[in-house]
Ligand binder design. Structure first.
Ligand SMILES: NC(=O)c1ccc[n+]([C@@H]2O[C@H](COP(=O)([O-])OP(=O)(O)OC[C@H]3O[C@@H](n4cnc5c(N)ncnc54)[C@H](OP(=O)(O)O)[C@@H]3O)[C@@H](O)[C@H]2O)c1
Length: 258
């Protein structure tokens, strides 16, 4: 599943919806299956799939290779109980990304008093509690660190066990807070006032990652040569930051109202 191919990473239509490619992800899956058949890869999986999308692959006629995993955002503020149990019931493993609350601009999970109390009780760090939380749910976990001491700390999670009470306390922190927002989702943000779409360099498409709460619509200039630079700057003015991969995220304080 991808966006319309072209010079623009994330193309939007006039209504602010991202323009998908006309490729069906089931066809993409077949191409990925070919890679397994050719011995070029051992296993294939998906990321950020909801249960309906996953079900479409699993029930696809003539499925040759089942998805091994679904990599999704998961941490105590987004516990993903239903999706995890769906995946596990279908023998699709789950990988939790942003398990520590994400990199800079993420959420400061490690300051949460519940997590800190559990950490003190086990003489472990909050990061180790967050990692162990996923392991005990039978979820694979990919914490990221560039710091050698923390990398070591993050693998020292097999010498203790969270109690059932600890697990329940962590699960109760869920607030369905999604750090990773995709452009289709960003179009839910309310517009302060409808703005006429602007035609950019002969194209009908707009690059509109976000409309602000009381702010102005950000139409990002397109410069095929220097696309990433200006877009990132504009995005940051518009309250967005680019995360790892190709996703846009809303900065704290600019979330959609409940
Ligand atoms: N599939 C997708 O759509 C998707 C989307 C987003 C992310 N991901 C993947 O998920 C992985 C993790 O994501 P992420 O880096 O955004 O979030 P994360 O692992 O939740 O958080 C990383 C942040 O935590 C810090 N950290 C790591 N270990 C720590 C420790 N022991 N104590 C205190 N702080 C610690 C890191 O700082 P230092 O580096 O300075 O230690 C970094 O700022 C990455 O591999 C990423 O590629 C996948």
């Amino acid at each position: 599943m991808g966006f319309k191919p072209g010079e623009i990473d994330v193309p939007f239509d006039r209504s602010g919806m991202v323009i998908p490619s006309n490729t069906n992800f089931l066809d993409t899956w077949e191409a990925m299956e070919d890679l397994v058949t050719a011995g070029l890869v051992k296993a294939i999986g998906v990321s950020n799939f909801n249960h309906e999308q996953l079900e479409r692959i699993l029930t696809k006629p003539n499925l040759r290779v089942r998805p091994l995993t679904n990599q999704i955002e998961c941490h105590p503020y987004l516990t993903q109980r239903n999706l995890i149990s769906f995946c596990q019931s279908r023998d699709v493993s789950v990988i939790a990304y942003q398990p520590l609350g994400g990199s800079s601009g993420g959420v400061d999970l490690m300051d949460n008093p519940v997590i800190q109390t559990i950490a003190r009780k086990h003489h472990k760090s909050p990061a180790q509690i967050l990692i162990r939380f996923q392991i005990q749910r039978n979820v694979i976990v990919v914490p990221k660190s560039v710091n050698p001491k923390r990398i070591l700390e993050n693998i020292q999670v097999f010498d203790f066990e969270l109690t059932e009470q600890d697990m329940n306390d962590l699960l109760r922190l869920n607030r369905n807070l999604r750090l990773t927002m995709f452009p289709t989702v960003l179009s839910w943000l309310p517009l302060p006032a409808p703005l006429p779409p602007r035609q950019i360099q002969g194209s009908e498409e707009l690059v509109r990652p976000r409309t602000g709460l009381g702010g102005t619509e950000a139409e990002l200039p397109r410069n095929p040569q220097k696309q990433r630079g200006p877009r990132s700057k504009e995005a940051s003015r518009a309250g967005l930051r680019k995360s790892t991969g190709t996703v846009w995220q809303v900065l704290p304080g600019t979330e959609r109202p409940a």
